[in-house]
Ligand binder design. Structure first.
Ligand code: B12
Ligand code: SF4
Length: 479
């Protein structure tokens, strides 16, 4: 069977570039190919060379308008790919924010390739299979880990199975009467080493990519922690499964030999959850003279480990702060203290790593005092790359239930409708703030980040910025 695996466009429809090679569907492609099927990975979020970047202002409105605009080049490109590829099946990887975009793709598939089956996989259909299958144009949802479910489905369809798919664990499917049938869950793959490495060869429109886009590696699946805003456990449960060092080495060697990479991005949720293993991987990276980065938690670091990682080429690290209020960390079930996070941040900075920190506001119970603590905390640090955003509830998570409980989010959410609304997912109000109050705090974060970014520029960059500002002021140009 010929399968086209798609990562939906999101930022590209908003008018700016954001490229992440989709690892989930590339694992699925590797598995299908190993079993003798033909499959391709098509990341619709990668802009074509020369595609213009548009201003961030109004980008969400642009996204909503383009979703239904058939003249949009992104949809025209999809039609062209479908006509050339003629797939028997299209698999779409879907986070909740992509649901509307994935629906548009599914409808275009039905117009261009009316006989092709459409299957969604990823976090959104794992939580919202009923909602996905209620709409037209999608026959199947593969819930949770997708490799084995997808392979069994493709084999079954290739073997002529029709009408009753109840024998495939992990699958939800639309019955001939239009109902969602929810097969029992599939057990997780026992040994991750048995899986082929992600397929980075069979890529549609490869000329759109730069080689550096392919340097993402996962060394494990799952995260044992319980943060209540996070939905990772819906796909992975709270079990963490590790690949063996031999398998990781093999993938890294292949990437280095094939693409000449000198830098690897480890994308695991909590890269340092097992310290002994982190040390082994670090030493291997050192022996290969590679630089690398990773995401983890403050309480999964020690000073010695940070030093060793830095000595072994780890140049960047990402940690979640979320909030610098102890009360908020409890509200979020982070199971970490502000002190622990602060200590780990200092270790990373002392070791010379670039530190990326994640913060959120508009959390259901956040007070002005909580927010002020967070901003004051941020101001105490120099040379941190801060990312921040407004909290948006995700399906099937504890913090969504709390938002419902406080009357801040509706009980019956149509997530797909939200994913195509101009408002998006963020809460319009919280227990202590109306929309204006939320915006005021967000603006304070934005202003601080601009000021902080400016301060981090070398002197020549600062002068160039001041000159640009002055010119804008003189010419009356508003930006
Ligand atoms: C890397 C990552 C990112 C990256 C890149 C994301 C991107 N744009 O591609 C960054 C850091 C930018 C990011 C950002 C966001 N992310 Co993110 N991210 C992840 C992370 C850590 C790993 C994703 C991944 O590659 N996993 C590895 C592969 C192997 O797993 P997978 O993709 O899930 O695929 C497997 C299964 O899901 C399934 N499957 C997936 N697709 C398909 C398709 C088919 C056809 C089939 C059969 C099966 C299948 O099979 C695969 C193999 O087993 C996950 C958490 C996690 N551990 O998975 C969160 C996660 C996916 N992100 C999440 C969210 C919410 C976001 C944001 C919206 C957060 C925000 N508020 O800004 C943003 C926006 C994304 C964007 N703008 O594009 C949520 C999604 C929950 C949901 N219900 O939608 C997750 C689960 C984490 C969380 N916070 O709960 N993210
Ligand atoms: S540590 Fe990170 S990945 Fe794990 S549950 Fe918390 S937010 Fe999610």
């Amino acid at each position: 069977m010929k399968v086209l695996l798609i990562w939906p466009p999101y930022q590209r429809l908003m008018g700016y570039s954001f490229v992440y090679y989709p690892v989930g569907i590339s694992y699925i492609s590797g598995t299908l190919r190993k079993a003798g099927h033909e499959s391709f990975v098509y990341n619709m979020n990668v802009p074509a060379p020369g595609e213009p970047e548009l201003p961030r202002e109004g980008s969400r409105q642009r996204f909503v308008a383009l979703l239904d605009d058939d003249a949009c080049p992104v949809w025209q490109e999809l039609r062209q790919v479908l006509r050339e590829q003629k797939p028997d099946m299209v698999g779409i990887s879907t986070m909740t924010i992509f649901a509307a975009s994935a629906r548009r793709i599914s409808r275009i598939v039905k117009q261009e390739c009316p006989d092709a089956w459409v299957v969604w996989g990823g976090p959104h259909p794992t939580s919202c299979d009923e909602e996905v299958l209620r709409g037209d144009s999608v026959e199947f949802c593969a819930r949770r880990e997708g490799e084995e479910t997808m392979l069994e489905l493709v084999n079954a369809l290739a073997g002529g199975l029709r009408g009753d798919f109840s024998s495939i664990p992990g699958l939800s499917w639309r019955s001939p009467e239009g109902k969602c049938v929810h097969n029992p869950d599939r057990t997780l793959i026992k040994s991750l080493d048995e899986m082929p490495h992600p397929d980075k060869d069979n890529v549609v429109l490869r000329e759109y990519y730069q080689t550096s886009h392919f340097n993402n590696v996962f060394t494990a699946r799952g995260c044992p922690f319980k943060c209540n805003f996070c939905a990772q456990d819906k796909v992975w449960t709270r079990v963490i499964r590790y690949r063996s060092l031999a398998s990781i080495k093999d993938e890294i060697d292949t990437l280095v030999d094939r693409y000449g990479f000198t830098q690897i991005n480890f994308m695991d949720d909590t890269f340092t959850a097992d310290k002994k293993r982190t040390r082994e991987i670090s030493q291997y990276m050192k022996s290969k003279k590679l630089t690398w980065n990773n995401y983890t938690r403050a309480d999964c670091l020690t000073e010695d480990l940070v030093k060793e990682m830095a000595d072994c080429g780890c140049t960047e690290i990402g940690l979640g702060l979320e909030s610098a209020s102890e009360g908020m960390l409890k509200h979020l079930v982070k199971d970490e203290s502000v002190e622990e996070i602060e200590r780990a941040m200092r270790w990373c900075q002392d070791a010379g790593m670039v530190l990326h920190m994640f913060v959120m506001t508009a959390i259901p119970d956040e007070t002005q005092e909580d927010f002020d603590k967070t901003l004051a905390f941020m101001k105490r640090f120099k040379n941190v790359d801060w990312s921040f955003g407004l909290f948006g509830p995700l399906p099937d998570t504890g913090l969504y239930d709390i938002a419902v409980d406080r009357g801040l989010a509706p009980v019956d959410v149509n997530w797909e409708a939200i994913s195509r609304s101009e408002e998006g997912f963020e809460l319009r109000r919280t227990k202590h703030f109306d929309q204006e109050g939320i915006q005021r705090n967000l603006n304070r974060l934005i202003r601080y980040k601009k000021w902080d970014d400016f301060n981090r520029l070398p002197l020549s960059g600062k002068l160039a910025k001041i000159q640009k500002r002055f010119f804008r002021f003189k010419s009356g140009v508003q930006t």
